[in-house]
Design a protein around this ligand. Structure first.
Ligand code: SF4
Length: 329
């Protein structure tokens, strides 16, 4: 359920009940089909000019959600709306017009850049694809905006550092003046100091251009820096969604509390991957536990948790959580 504040005119993206189940074949001759529950009933909105962090352990479904929005993954159920347009099942050709508005930055800039193209042409490519004007001045301005030099326009990707290559990818995405950029682990492959520079750049560009960012990451410390609101995912579901300060000051889900405990600030060299200190393994997404999916690892689980799945509910202003403990509060 989306709350009233979230359905305002400022909403540029709405995800409603997004469910993605992947079939996997098992048994003799692969006749038995089971389903990986990659995402289950995921709902949220993204507002103009805001950053929503989507965080959780690896395999929690956050990248599946990002890729579904980009139409790289076919949803099993649910809806994805860009503004008022339902893009959930658009064909490739129909989706093309919306691509200008919806750009992506992935983890590995090396593989997302054609190594045989010069930086100028890489940044110009999306503009040319959409029939937009391309001049050296236009491309130089994009270089300037992302902190690259004009004299680097004729270099090849291998002549840039990792952080500079990610800046190139950002320039490429920025050229089309999108309303939304999905950043899928966009800084995870970079050194900590370079991560901070790229995050600062994204924040600056967001302020200047009013872009909405969906920032998918496993590292809560990284998400904290860039996000206005944060959605925490566990085993395919959003378990908490809140304004950043509220989430950090008063987490209302035991999993979020555990993630926060796993962030050893302020020494970034000691930063842990989210969730590593949470005891127990993440259950198989082929067969998620009944009741609350977190009950097999939750230190506060009680009888009801094993039988009844908690739903995501409003627990404070700009704060939703899915935990039975909030009913007693
Ligand atoms: Fe833990 Fe129960 Fe809350 Fe789930 S519903 S997070 S098991 S207390």
């Amino acid at each position: 359920m989306l709350d009233a504040a979230q359905t305002s005119q400022d909403t540029v993206l709405s995800v409603e009940g997004l469910t993605v189940h992947y079939p996997v074949r098992k048994g003799m001759l692969g006749r038995q089909v089971q389903y990986v529950h990659a995402a289950d009933d995921v709902s949220f909105t993204l507002r103009r000019g805001e950053t929503l962090g989507l965080v959780g352990e690896s395999g929690c479904g956050k990248s599946t959600v990002g890729r579904s929005i980009l139409r790289l993954v076919e949803p099993t159920r649910g809806k994805i709306l860009l503004g008022d347009t339902d893009i959930t099942h658009l064909e490739r050709g129909e989706m093309r017009a919306h691509r200008q508005n919806l750009q992506a930055i992935f983890q590995d800039p090396y593989s997302s850049l054609n190594q045989r193209m010069r930086a100028f042409d890489l940044v110009a490519e999306p503009l040319r694809n959409f029939g937009r004007p391309v001049t050296r001045e236009i491309i130089a301005d994009l270089f300037r905006q992302v902190g690259l030099r004009r004299d680097q326009m004729d270099n090849f990707p291998h002549q840039f550092s990792g952080g500079q290559r990610q800046r190139l990818v950002i320039a490429k995405a920025l050229g089309l003046q999108p309303e939304i950029i999905v950043c899928d682990e966009a800084v995870s492959a970079l050194d900590v100091s370079v991560q901070a520079q790229v995050i600062n750049l994204l924040t600056k560009l967001q302020r200047e251009h009013g872009i909405a960012l969906l920032f998918v990451a496993h590292d809560l410390a990284v998400v904290e820096h860039i996000s206005h609101r944060i959605a925490v995912m566990y085993l395919g579901q959003i378990v908490e969604l809140a304004e950043k300060r509220s989430l950090f000051a008063q987490p209302r889900h035991p999993y979020t509390r555990a993630l926060l405990d796993a962030v050893p600030v302020p020494d970034p060299k000691r930063r842990l991957e989210a969730g590593r200190i949470i005891p127990g393994d993440v259950p198989s997404p082929l067969n998620p536990p009944a009741g609350c999916r977190f009950h097999t690892r939750c230190p506060l689980a009680f009888d009801r948790c094993r039988k009844e799945a908690p739903v995501l509910k409003q627990v404070a202003a700009e704060h939703q959580a899915a935990c039975h403990l909030n009913d007693a509060a």
